[in-house]
Ligand binder design. Structure first.
Ligand SMILES: Nc1ncnc2c1ncn2[C@@H]1O[C@H](COP(=O)(O)OP(=O)(O)O)[C@@H](O)[C@H]1O
Ligand SMILES: [Mg+2]
Length: 205
């Protein structure tokens, strides 16, 4: 699709993503945590954010529960609304990455196609992290009491109980948070970002 039919043309400014990254001394990227409710997405993302902030990195956590208060307040949990939720968040994450920010997202994002769409929106600096704990472990943790409600029939379309979760087939990183403790998970993501060169700005264009 071209921009012309709707008379919308992109305006390129003189300041580039590379300029912003050099200003910040890092590279913009989207670290996309996906997994069941209670698998540990928010916990790992926020702990990683603390570690990165302590090292002087500019980060931003986009968290499912938070965006549903505003940006996605009009959306529910049916399949089409979940897809739209992830599409919007994908674009916001891409904009923040373009600003040079290390974006950490925490969304169940149960559909493989939705995550692949975000990968296309974001481009090269998209890192998919599968936060994997067995359903029984997530349910035993039940940090927000949601599984209890879902089992009692008080929440419809609850992922893992009454709605599907499509596990990543080839995630960039697979964290097994049922077996691995939190510091080890945080370190694994941190090391992957370092190996990808995300702590150094892109080369000058
Ligand atoms: N290895 C681990 N990694 C992450 N969270 C863990 C781990 N072990 C236990 N937990 C606990 O599991 C819960 C995960 O909750 P949360 O991060 O809110 O999940 P999600 O954001 O995926 O819904 C927290 O109460 C956390 O303390
Ligand atoms: Mg969460």
């Amino acid at each position: 699709m071209t921009d012309h039919p709707r008379n919308i043309t992109r305006h390129a400014g003189a300041i580039t993503r590379g300029d912003r990254e050099r200003l910040l001394g890092q590279r913009g990227a989207v670290v996309w945590f996906t997994g069941l409710s209670g698998s540990g997405k928010s916990t790992v993302a926020h702990n990683l954010e603390e570690r990165l902030a302590a090292a002087g990195r500019l980060t931003y956590v986009l968290d499912g529960d938070n965006v549903r208060h505003g940006l996605c307040a009009d959306l529910g949990f049916g399949a089409a609304d979940r897809t739209e939720n992830i599409r919007r968040v994908g674009h916001v994450a891409a904009l923040l990455a373009d600003a040079g920010v290390l974006v950490l997202t925490s969304f169940i994002s149960p559909y493989r196609a939705d995550r692949e769409q975000v990968r296309r929106i974001v481009g090269a600096d998209f890192v998919e992290v599968f936060v994997d704990a067995p359903l029984a472990v997530c349910e035993a943790r039940d940090p927000k009491g949601l599984y209890k409600k879902a089992r009692a029939g008080q929440i419809a379309e609850f992922t893992g109980i009454s709605a599907p979760y499509e596990a990543p087939e080839k995630p960039d990183l697979h964290l097994r948070t049922g077996d691995q403790d939190l510091p080890a998970s945080v370190a694994a993501v941190h090391d992957l970002l370092a190996a990808r060169g995300l702590f150094t700005p892109s080369d000058p264009q």
